[in-house]
Design a binder for this molecule. Structure first.
Ligand code: F6R
Ligand code: ZN
Length: 185
């Protein structure tokens, strides 16, 4: 009647062990994601930008379920733009999500369906509610690994195409040594 946990999360690092699906994105997988695409294409393609560990508790697309994931974004820059995730709207665009920062320093970059962008600072312990209709991505603004926990509906899905086609309308750039959210063009 009593079972042991099938998944463990290390509360200081965010690392999951057990029933977990792993994925990673290297620079070669991120064509067109950074403003300076020609520089990205000239950098080492094997450079790891982020990894995600997901506990897939339900079938993808199942209504009413939840997923958990820890995202790890590495420190670094493409020119003056911080290493970051691709970012997405949810395919079921009204689906919301919680993010919380476990370790490191970062920024949650948000964009509404009209292209208006804003950002929230992430530090260990910060909790971020992302309502539906809002695209989201995370950038590492620190010198160490950024780990962010996330919980989202298992029927949310991911719409990357809208971001691939149009991009975020503002970019997080290191200017005078500090992160600034700069409108594109
Ligand atoms: C799930 C979610 C996160 C991201 C992860 C990687 O809805 O928002 O788990 O999937 O941070 O970012 P993307 O998916 O944009 O490559
Ligand atoms: Zn999401």
């Amino acid at each position: 009647l009593i079972s042991s946990p099938g998944v463990m999360i290390d509360l200081t690092s965010g690392t999951l062990t057990g029933d977990v699906v792993e994925s990673e994105k290297r620079l070669k997988d991120l064509a067109g994601v950074f403003v300076n695409e020609s520089l990205r294409a000239r950098m080492d393609p094997a450079t790891i930008i982020y990894r995600v560990q997901t506990h897939v508790a339900e079938k993808e697309g199942m209504e009413g379920g939840l997923f958990y994931g820890t995202s790890f974004v590495y420190p670094g820059l493409v020119g003056d733009e911080y290493f970051m995730t691709k970012g997405h709207f949810h395919s079921k665009i009204d689906r919301a999500e919680y993010y919380w920062c476990i370790q490191g320093e970062g920024m949650l970059i948000l964009m509404d369906i009209h292209g208006k962008c804003w950002a929230e600072k992430m530090v260990a312990g910060s909790l971020h509610y992302i309502s539906g209709y809002i695209a989201h991505r995370i950038a590492n603004t620190g010198r160490s690994l950024l780990a962010v926990g996330a919980c989202w509906p298992s029927d949310a899905g991911h719409d990357y195409k809208t971001i691939t086609d149009k991009g975020f309308m503002a970019r997080l750039r290191k200017i005078d040594g500090v992160p600034q959210l700069i409108p594109v063009r």
